[in-house]
Write a protein that binds this ligand. Structure first.
Ligand SMILES: NC(=O)c1ccc[n+]([C@@H]2O[C@H](COP(=O)([O-])OP(=O)(O)OC[C@H]3O[C@@H](n4cnc5c(N)ncnc54)[C@H](OP(=O)(O)O)[C@@H]3O)[C@@H](O)[C@H]2O)c1
Length: 239
């Protein structure tokens, strides 16, 4: 059963950055079910448009798509600035997560990790804020990871950027709460997304479906700055 409270609190528009499959698509579905109008971003145009068409067929919501690389912030800014809609809810889902020893990861790839995982959420949140402040309401969801709660070998740079997102959310939660804006970092454990399946051989304990991770995170928005979806993952973070 879906509550309509979120739509009144943050709607009518939500932007999901990294939205054509996996967790990003699950966020889009969860928000469409709640009646949000959607702006969906991802790089692969055909995949994104096919997903948006499927969503329009199931839910009577307006959906705008933009095929863009989140590493290219100027392009993202051009799209967002041209949007007539005021973004009431921003979900920054995409991440660049190459697996391997730090010494083997090329400089270009390291810069890309920073552009997508750090610069993207930082600048997109800043870009969306003035309208949220004006409306005295809004929500920002940043995807962090359990990998960002400690040093993670073979994911060193990615894990460090996930830690950045959690720390950013903690401060923004405090700064923006009095202005009516909720911020959350979702410190997810393993989620069965195409990205996870491509990087892992086996299912880790506490693995969630994208739908479970998205629903739990959205329900936690407004209740605290950092959230760990799933009981086993909460325990893992504690220990
Ligand atoms: N999966 C896990 O087990 C897990 C665990 C903990 C935390 N997380 C976090 O959860 C989030 C989602 O994880 P995931 O890797 O599993 O991804 P996902 O949600 O399965 O998909 C990534 C989505 O983002 C888009 N995307 C990726 N890079 C992009 C870019 N540079 N510009 C625009 N769009 C981009 C992809 O489409 P295109 O390829 O077409 O661009 C796709 O739609 C990430 O922030 C990750 O750190 C995941």
């Amino acid at each position: 059963m879906v509550s309509w409270g979120m739509l009144e609190k943050y709607g009518p528009y939500a932007l999901v950055a990294g939205a054509s499959e996996g967790l990003g698509a699950a966020y889009a579905v969860a928000l469409a079910k709640r009646g949000f109008k959607l702006a969906l971003l991802a790089r692969r145009k055909e995949k994104l448009e096919a997903f948006a068409a499927e969503l329009r067929g199931k839910y009577p919501v307006e959906i705008i798509t933009c095929a863009v690389d989140l590493a290219d912030f100027e392009a993202v800014k051009t799209f967002v600035s041209a949007l007539d809609a005021e973004i009431g809810l921003l979900v920054y889902n995409a991440a660049c997560a190459p697996v391997g020893l730090f010494k083997d990861i090329e400089e270009e790839q390291l810069s890309r990790i920073v552009a997508v995982n750090v610069r993207g959420p930082l600048l997109l949140a800043r870009l969306a804020l003035p309208k949220m402040i004006e409306r005295k309401r809004g929500g920002i969801v940043l995807m962090s990871s359990l990998a960002g709660t400690q040093g993670s070998p073979r994911l060193a740079a990615y894990a460090a950027t996930k830690s950045f997102n959690a720390i950013l959310a903690e401060a923004l939660w405090k700064e923006l709460k009095p202005l009516g804006i909720d911020v959350i970092a979702s410190c997810a454990g393993a989620i069965l997304t195409p990205g996870y399946n491509g990087a892992q051989q086996a299912k880790a304990p506490g693995t969630l479906t994208p739908e479970q991770a998205a629903e739990k995170t959205l329900k936690a928005l407004g209740k605290g700055p950092v959230f760990v979806p799933g009981g086993i993952n909460k325990l893992a973070r504690f220990f």
